[in-house]
Design a protein around this ligand. Structure first.
Ligand SMILES: Nc1ncnc2c1ncn2[C@@H]1O[C@H](COP(=O)(O)OP(=O)(O)OP(=O)(O)O)[C@@H](O)[C@H]1O
Length: 355
């Protein structure tokens, strides 16, 4: 998550920002929907699309929310927010039907103004990118990486379950809960894509596809302009979890040129190179996941359980307890650091909460 910063505008505090473009709302100003009035507390992030603010209702219901604002554009008005709302609604139904714990925020309210549209959703805490930066060596422990990695993949599996691919899997697009700091949420469906048609058949792959997403975590197919499928989110996930526990990151960390990064991604498929890339983890197991993901095609269904099983096996062999507090939880006052280094794998407890 980007550094929170004060919003600025010429508008006085306590004034209504409904008629503005929504991106320069000042702390203390308010925005209304059909049923509620929201007071802006702080700006959480800003981009070309609009902005995200921390807000509270007025009068306060004792909770804070995230308000995402999308500026009206001449073309494709509110498309991204519309898709975000559609995805989150479908997920809510999907996780209820399949009795799963959701890794998605909830949407509480929405509105359309003259110059912007907004949604009010669950406020999350730090992103994985922020949390990683805060670690002493800017990396997570292996136990945290495996535990969080499983949750991140579960979020991807849920998204795939409703027929969408994310296309921008990276540490900045996952955040922990505010109350439940163990729960990881997936964010930002701005470039997600529905891979099914109205009959719920897989869409035919396009011949040429423009590059979308973040170069560092992009799947090889994305570099090559090949239509992305569910397997490609898994490839990005693998790069992401490798990066968060490796002191000097991915082998292409310092590289800017997209072609050279592609070549480096191809090169790490060689046995010795993959061993090196996965050196902070269990290299043979991680190489097996990479090989499995590489073996899939656009039309193939991912066997997520296979990947979860490999990660669980890594945890078992490494005597890492997947139910132990995550690195950032150890910083919380409620944990006594002297009693939290667990070396036994408590798989049954973990499975009852995860699977
Ligand atoms: N529900 C939320 N709770 C807390 N912060 C959020 C929430 N949703 C988004 N944010 C934060 O707001 C900022 C903007 O988020 P958003 O996902 O819209 O765009 P982005 O990731 O910054 O930009 P881009 O979409 O261009 O990559 C980010 O720092 C993000 O972590």
């Amino acid at each position: 998550m980007k550094q929170a910063s004060k919003a600025s505008s010429e508008e006085p505090e306590n004034s209504c920002a409904d008629e503005t473009d929504g991106v320069n709302i000042k702390d203390g100003q308010y925005v209304t929907t059909n049923t509620k009035k929201y007071r802006l507390i702080e700006l959480l992030g800003k981009g070309g699309y609009g902005a995200v603010y921390k807000v509270e209702t007025e009068p306060s219901d004792g909770r804070h929310y995230a308000m995402k604002i999308e500026k009206a554009r001449e073309k494709a008005h509110n498309n991204k927010l519309k898709m975000e709302v559609s995805i989150i609604k479908q997920i809510a139904y999907y996780v209820t039907e399949t009795k799963q714990k959701s890794h998605f925020v909830q949407i509480y309210d929405r509105a359309k103004k003259a110059r912007f549209a907004l949604i009010v959703m669950t406020l999350c805490g730090d992103s994985l990118a922020d949390l990683k930066k805060k670690r002493p060596r800017q990396m997570f422990s292996l136990g945290t990486t495996y535990g969080v990695g499983l949750q991140c993949l579960k979020a991807i599996e849920q998204l795939h379950g409703i027929g969408y691919i994310h296309r921008d899997i990276k540490p900045g697009n996952y955040a922990i809960g505010v109350e439940d700091r163990r729960c990881v949420f997936i964010l930002d469906f701005g470039i997600a894509r529905n891979i099914f048609n109205a009959k719920r058949e897989l869409k035919a792959p396009r011949i040429k596809v423009p590059f979308r997403g973040t170069v560092r975590y992009a799947a090889i197919n994305c570099h090559k302009g090949i239509e992305l499928g569910t397997k490609d989110d898994c490839e990005s996930w693998l790069y992401m979890i490798t990066e968060i526990c490796t002191i000097d990151g991915l082998p292409w960390r310092g590289e800017k040129d997209r072609e050279r990064i592609l070549q480096m991604k191809v090169n790490v498929r060689a046995p010795q190179s993959s061993k090196n890339m996965f050196r902070a983890m269990h290299p043979a197991n991680m190489a097996a996941i990479l090989k499995y993901v590489d073996s899939l095609t656009y039309a193939d269904e991912v066997d997520y359980n296979y990947i979860y099983t490999v990660i669980e096996e890594c945890a078992r062999v490494g005597r890492l307890d997947l139910t132990a507090p995550y690195d950032w939880e150890l910083d919380d006052d409620k944990y006594d650091r002297t009693t939290t280094t667990t070396t036994t794998t408590n798989l049954s407890v973990y499975k009852s909460t995860f699977r």
